[in-house]
Design a protein around this ligand. Structure first.
Ligand code: FNR
Length: 185
């Protein structure tokens, strides 16, 4: 079974993006999933980026290396990528020749209470991933707008059937993409 690492770009305990991320293993059970935390990572500092680096960085890079593919589920902040996520992707982008993310399949999902579904953040995330030669799932996009209407009253579960069904197809397309992308290496 393929191993998929899920990175959530929000550190908030009641994050809507986390709710969406947590629905994926149930909707697409054809892979093994592990959540990869970015909360403990220090701010990127080239002076710390020597050898294996700080322990949380070492663990983060190792978790990415162990995964066959990475799903990023992230909010949009000020029309762009959240700083905590950019920081994490930067740590995963070095050392350049052996970076954990290098030529790894990935896909991008985002949810917002707003109307535009994190479109602008996703463009920036894709741009960052491209810089690290990540094989980002092409063609399909997963923009979730008005997310507050798509979860249950306790704000724990993704309940909107249309979104769940699209998320299932998106995750299944990503599992197939992991095989397709391996021919690119
Ligand atoms: C936001 N939010 C937001 N939403 C959006 O669709 N476009 C945006 O540009 C922004 N900008 C923004 C900046 C900052 C600093 C914050 C804190 C929030 C709202 C954001 O989508 C909302 O808070 C989500 O609930 C955050 O995602 P999580 O934490 O629920 O996953």
């Amino acid at each position: 079974m393929k191993k998929i690492g899920i990175i959530v770009g929000s550190l908030r305990e009641q994050s809507f993006n986390r709710i969406v991320a947590e629905a994926i293993p149930e909707l697409a059970p054809g892979a093994e999933y592990a959540f990869i935390s970015i909360a403990e990572l220090p701010l990127y500092n080239g002076d710390l980026d020597k050898g294996p680096g700080p322990e949380p960085v070492r663990q983060f890079r190792e978790a990415i290396a162990q995964a066959d593919g990475i799903v990023i589920v992230s909010p949009e902040y000020n029309s762009g990528i959240p700083g905590v996520l950019k920081n994490a992707l930067d740590w995963a982008s070095t050392p350049t020749k052996t970076a954990a993310l290098l030529r790894k399949p990935a896909c991008v999902i985002g949810a917002t209470p707003g109307a535009k579904g994190t479109m602008m953040a996703q463009q920036q995330i894709r741009q960052t991933l491209e810089a690290v030669q990540v094989f980002v799932l092409p063609f399909q996009k997963m923009y979730i707008s008005q997310v507050t209407d798509k979860v249950d009253a306790d704000r724990r579960l993704l309940t909107d059937e249309t979104t769940r069904s699209y998320l299932q197809r998106y995750a299944e397309a990503f599992i197939r993409w992991i095989d397709q992308a391996s021919t690119l290496n």
